[in-house]
Design a protein around this ligand. Sequence first.
Ligand code: DX5
Ligand code: ZN
Length: 219
Amino acid sequence: MQKTKIAPSILSADFAAMGAAIEKLEQCGADLIHCDVMDGSFVPRITFGSQMVSAIRPHTKLPLDVHLMVVDPIAKVKDFVEAGADYITVHAEACGERLAEALRFIRSFGVKCGAVISPDTPFAAAESALELCDMFLVMSVYPGLGGQKFIERTLPKAEQAKNYILSHGLNCLVEIDGGVTEENAARIVGAGVDVLVAGNTVFRSADMAKTIAALRGGV
Ligand code: DX5
Ligand code: ZN
């Protein structure tokens, strides 16, 4: 059984001291750095663009897991590849018919790719794209804001995705994003999720290393 990976979201970090925050996450045992890119159109809020990704790149050897909450993600991919992203995930809702094209385009740069579905989007909307994915991100909150409450009805979609991946012998991680806490982490992992994104829970912790280990199940 693969070790559960913890991907803290920098959405909850101190943006005025991001480099130090990244180094601290690595020291505290994070497995990936989750970068929530928001363009103010796909979601109301604007967070940061590829320049933030290139700024944090030299501060860590951890994989940068870039979650594009943007319209026309295909047009933005190259900037994030050049900024040093290791994973780029794109919303099925933003890509529509071009989801497979987006995933192939990301992979053409040698960067790992993934599809994302929001809480109201059925698993079926991305099912056929899974064979092209290195990561499948199930949003457990509505995209656009950190610190929201975990939406329970999204967990079965993660389980459905994991069962599909296993039954088709695919090599794709299932990631969940939003509202992950020490209280619900074990249940989420039990549903087959490989990567937990956590912003608030990690950054408001008095002991980040302890919290990251606790989210991972104590290891
Ligand atoms: C929503 C963001 C958040 C963030 C995690 O668009 O993607 O889900 O990463 O936020 P927390 O862990 O604070 O719920
Ligand atoms: Zn995210």
